[in-house]
Each structure stands twice: as structure tokens, then as C-alpha cells.
Design a protein. Sequence first.
Length: 122
Amino acid sequence: MTGILAALRWVARLDGIGALILGIILWTGSLGVLKIHILTGFIMSLTMLLIGIEGFLVRVKPALPIIAILWALLLPYVGFAQMRPLPGISHLIIQVIHLLIGICAIGIAEALAAKITRRVRA
């Protein structure tokens, strides 16, 4: 199980950073990377979901696996909320919220993976 977890951890790290970079490129007005950004976001969400499920399987205290699974659902929901232009500063606010959710997703995946690793090795 630790081999799968190690792979998921690296996917979360690399994919998360890639999604952040693509998101910043999108903010510059380059819509050519939108589909790739959406794909990387779905990969991040799926990775978080799998790490959350693995957390339940190895019996980590349930709070963090639940947060990871809910975060995996929240990330694309807020991402797609940006597809509709919002009036005034509201659109910028939703973009910043999505950015913060993405940054936190990497941290949540990393924290849960570390807890799982400690639990398996104990």
C-alpha cells in the first residue's frame, strides 16, 4: 500500500504545482491552457479522493480523510463556478478562492499521506 501512496503523493505534488502554474497562465488571459488546467484539476481531485479512501482503509482518524474527500469535490465545483462570468469584483474573488482551495489541496493531500505513512509504519 505504501508504494501506491508514494505514487499518489508525487502525483499530488507535481500535478498540483502544474495546475497552479496553468492557473496563473490563465490569469494572464491565455485561454489556450484551459482544458489542460481542467484536466490537471480533475487529476488532483481524483488523487485527493484516492488518498482519502486510503486513509479510511488504514484507519487514520477520520477527520482528515473526510476533509480530503470533501475538498476533492469542492475543488472542481469552485473551478467550474468560474466558467460563468460574475459581475465586478465577484469574479476575481471566486478566482482567488479557487487558487487558495488549490493550494490547500496540495497541503491536505500531503498531510494525509504523511499520516497514512506513519500509521502503516507503526
